[in-house]
Design a protein around this ligand. Structure first.
Ligand code: ADP
Ligand code: ADP
Ligand code: MG
Length: 489
């Protein structure tokens, strides 16, 4: 592989290109009109505009992207995450164009892209599942019978769902019919597939997932877990590796289960098997993501493995050059997704201009980002600005590093999740690892930060008043000062 096209934007496009360059591979960027001046465009050896800002007219145009690749002697396409990364038809088109898709086969993507097909594929492999049904449900009466059997609360989920979307909690029977209708119509409009199913709503779970690597020679390994329980809207904001609560035995059992899940679909490449665990450390299969995950850096830091390099080598047909026994966890890594969102205001997107943008630096600090000072955050895409990742020899050290890095990170012009990240790191429940996916709902109202902001504003106002008084005094001391002062202004 000599030349790779990265079919993505932002931090992940840059992240992939960095490794490609390190491996002596040339890189091609694609971009929309909104990303003309983006760092991933500047970093690449060559770059091509694919269309106007909306993703449906640019980053999702598989045909156009493959055309560019063919015209420029590209021999590999890396899809990153989001966009076309879990699109089986795209993977197939790439392969049919004689280009290597850096990811699993269209078959694996297709099966795992449907939560129902995924459950069906792994059912004979001894994988514990969340109690529920493994087929699409349309009939409300049948749904009621199933729900009563499993016990409320239940969760109605879209089979094609992703990114935390397409889920509805139902607390009691009376709500079921209406919620189901809504879920089906939402699933149809968001994912083009109205299939929904029912899962037991696990009361206080943690989200723990296992990183997988599988080559084309039958070797499938796991690279331990990532804990991703700090979520808002069923989407991750803080991740870490390893989890502070797994015992070596459960870690091994989950790792082995994840390997079996991957083997069930002849998986090749990097992938992630997601589980929920309950307070007794029982684990249940949720889904598999057939791509590089947003939070992959925490695994890289604790294992020393460059996951993008492995993806590329696997796609080249190379054998993994380490075994399960060679892998061990060293230290602890923490990640905060720095979103352009206002945590005080329900994490609503806060797009605008990055008037000030200064990233933290230092040992044990890694920033994966796709922005520079002065850039606008486009409204068209996911509002993630950066991933702030820290590493320490143990969890407490990684947390301290994170607080230090958050304090050094200076962003002005948009609201961000930085202050929220600090709130998490300093929270007793987080420090003692006594938390679930309900952390945000349970402990965070937004007022915690609003108070900080109010105090900041008060200090600023006092300072301004003080300075004005001083200026006034100074002014009085200078004869005819008012005219001088004006001139100087
Ligand atoms: P991860 O699963 O890697 O932890 P996310 O769940 O946040 O991270 O998803 C990664 C990216 O993919 C995000 O940009 C998210 O918006 C996008 N994404 C994932 N699944 C879908 C989907 N089915 N439809 C649209 N966007 C999706
Ligand atoms: P997505 O494809 O959107 O990532 P997932 O099935 O991975 O969907 O679920 C995302 C999140 O939603 C989980 O991390 C968890 O917080 C919550 N969730 C999903 N299923 C359940 C369940 N059965 N019980 C409780 N929480 C759940
Ligand atoms: Mg998921």
């Amino acid at each position: 592989m000599q030349k790779i096209l990265v079919a993505n934007r932002g931090e992940i496009a840059l992240r992939v290109m960095r490794t490609a360059r390190k491996m002596g591979i040339k890189t091609i960027a694609i971009y929309s009109e909104a990303d003309r001046n983006a760092p991933h465009v500047k970093f690449a050896d060559e770059a091509f505009c694919v269309g106007p800002p909306p993703s449906s007219e640019s980053y999702l145009l598989g045909d156009r992207i493959i055309e560019i690749a063919k015209a420029n002697q590209v021999d590999g396409i890396h899809p990153g995450y989001g966009f076309l990364s879990e699109n089986a038809a795209f993977a197939k088109m790439v392969t049919e164009a004689g280009i290597t898709f850096i990811g699993p086969s269209p078959f694996s993507i297709e099966v795992m892209g449907s939560k129902l097909a995924a459950k069906d594929a792994v059912k004979d492999y001894g994988i514990p599942m969340v109690p529920g049904v493994d087929r699409a449900i349309e009939d409300p009466e049948l749904a009621k019978a199933i729900a009563k059997d499993i016990g409320f609360p239940i969760l109605i989920k879209a089979s094609a769902g992703g990114g935390g979307k397409g889920m509805r909690i139902v607390e009691k029977e009376e709500e079921l019919e209406e919620q189901m209708e809504r879920a089906i119509s939402e699933a149809k409009s968001a994912f083009g597939d109205g299939a929904v199913f029912i899962e037991k709503y696990i009361a206080s779970p943690r989200h723990i997932e296992i990183q997988i690597l599988a080559d084309q020679h039958g070797n499938t390994l796991h690279l331990f877990e990532r804990e991703c329980s700090i979520q808002r809207r069923h989407q991750k904001v803080v991740e870490e590796a390893p989890s502070a609560v797994l015992t070596p035995e459960v870690r091994q059992a989950m790792g082995e289960a994840a390997v079996r899940v991957a083997q069930a679909v002849n998986y090749e490449g990097a992938g992630t098997v997601e589980f929920l665990i309950d307070d007794k450390l029982n684990f249940y299969f949720l889904e598999m993501n057939t791509r590089l995950q947003v939070e992959h850096p925490v695994t890289e830091l604790i294992t020393g493995v460059d996951l993008v390099e492995e993806q590329i080598n696997i796609a080249r047909g190379l054998k993994l050059n380490f075994t399960q026994d060679d892998l061990e966890i060293k230290g602890h890594a923490m990640e905060l997704r720095v979103y352009a969102e206002d945590p005080v205001n329900n994490f609503l997107p806060s797009v605008g201009n990055l008037e000030t943008y200064i990233v933290p630096e230092g040992e044990g600090i890694r920033v994966d980002d796709g922005f520079t000072e002065g850039m606008d955050i486009p409204i068209y895409y996911d509002p993630m600005i950066a991933k702030l990742i820290t590493y320490g020899s143990n969890r407490a050290e990684a947390i301290l590093k994170m607080i230090e890095a958050i304090d050094q990170y200076k962003i002005k012009g948009v609201e961000t999740t930085l202050a929220f990240g600090r709130f998490v790191m300093e929270h007793e429940a987080f420090k003692t690892a006594d938390f679930t996916t309900h952390f945000v709902k349970k402990y965070f109202t937004g007022a915690e930060l609003a108070q900080g902001k109010e105090e900041e504003a008060k200090v600023a106002a006092l300072l301004a008043a003080y300075l004005t008084d001083e200026n006034m005094a100074a002014l009085k001391a200078i004869p005819n000062s008012s005219s001088n002062w004006k001139k100087r202004l």
